[in-house]
Design a protein around this ligand. Structure first.
Ligand SMILES: Nc1ncnc2c1ncn2[C@@H]1O[C@H](COP(=O)(O)OP(=O)(O)OP(=O)(O)O)[C@@H](O)[C@H]1O
Length: 247
């Protein structure tokens, strides 16, 4: 197994306040990793440490090269795309133009080809290419945000709370698309989520954070099976065991 992303002993601060302490984990190439934990655990800060959006120390390597401290735009150029929890689509722009903006940091394949690829993944967007992004539903906006990120053909896609505010059926559909992408060997995914059920259902590995420290990490199946981890950090067993009707 090759590590696409590896964090070692990462600390991060907001002013004098330390938000991460000694965070370490790997995300294997072509796999999905879930970054779990309660409110304030440090999930978003971990993403910011990867993209140099917060003051941090320690080592972050991407495909074997140290990227810790690189300017955020250079991290993007290396093939890391991030979908923030506010989705970050540009409200006044149409769906079509949002997708074009996403291609700016891109590599390889022609924009038109990649656009077709994204619309194939999220067919709901095809009928609304001329619609301003702010007139989309929450689920459609999340599809657009992910589609926009995919326009740059990233090696690694990082999503911060993608399920936030969405109906479970929409979450399952979007997460299934992410699973298909990794299964096709196209991409590596890191998902920061409070929604442990949905993310553990598609993840290969999981990392559990609390208080800015890694409390558990390992195969997703092991994390899902642990009552101790569920009770201590993930809101109890009901928050990690999938409902009987889930796929
Ligand atoms: N801009 C900031 N300034 C000061 N402290 C911050 C800032 N952003 C986050 N923190 C603090 O850092 C810690 C980690 O927060 P972080 O947002 O990374 O958690 P999280 O796991 O993503 O939580 P949530 O699921 O609620 O988004 C918390 O104690 C939080 O209060």
């Amino acid at each position: 197994m090759t590590a696409a992303l590896e964090l070692r002993s990462v600390d991060a601060w907001y002013g004098p306040v330390r938000a991460l302490e000694g965070v370490g984990f790997t995300v294997e190439e072509g796999r999905i990793a879930a970054l779990l934990g309660p409110n304030g655990a440090g999930k978003s800060t971990t993403i910011k440490a990867i993209t140099s959006a917060v003051r941090s120390a320690g080592s972050v390597t991407f495909r074997g090269a140290e990227i810790g401290g690189l300017p955020t735009h250079r991290v993007a150029r290396l093939g890391i795309a991030t979908v923030s929890s506010d989705r970050g689509t540009i409200p006044g722009l149409t769906v079509e133009d949002n997708l074009r903006v996403g291609a700016v940091a891109g590599r390889g394949r022609r924009v038109a080809d990649q656009r077709e690829r994204v619309l194939g993944l999220f067919p709901d967007l095809r009928g609304m290419l001329r619609r301003p992004a702010h007139l989309l539903s929450g689920g459609q906006q999340q599809m657009l945000a992910i589609g926009r990120a995919l326009m740059s053909r990233p090696h690694l896609l990082i999503l911060d709370e993608p399920s936030q505010g969405l109906a479970p059926v929409i979450v399952r559909s979007i997460f299934a698309t992410l699973k298909d992408l990794t299964a096709a060997g196209e991409i590596t995914v890191l998902i920061a989520e409070q929604n442990a059920v949905a993310s553990l259902a598609i993840a290969d590995t999981a990392v559990v954070l609390s208080g800015g420290t890694v409390r558990a990490r390992g195969p997703a199946a092991e994390i899902r099976a642990s009552t101790e981890i569920a009770d201590a950090y993930l809101g109890g067993r009901a928050a990690t065991a999938p409902p009987k009707d889930a796929p």
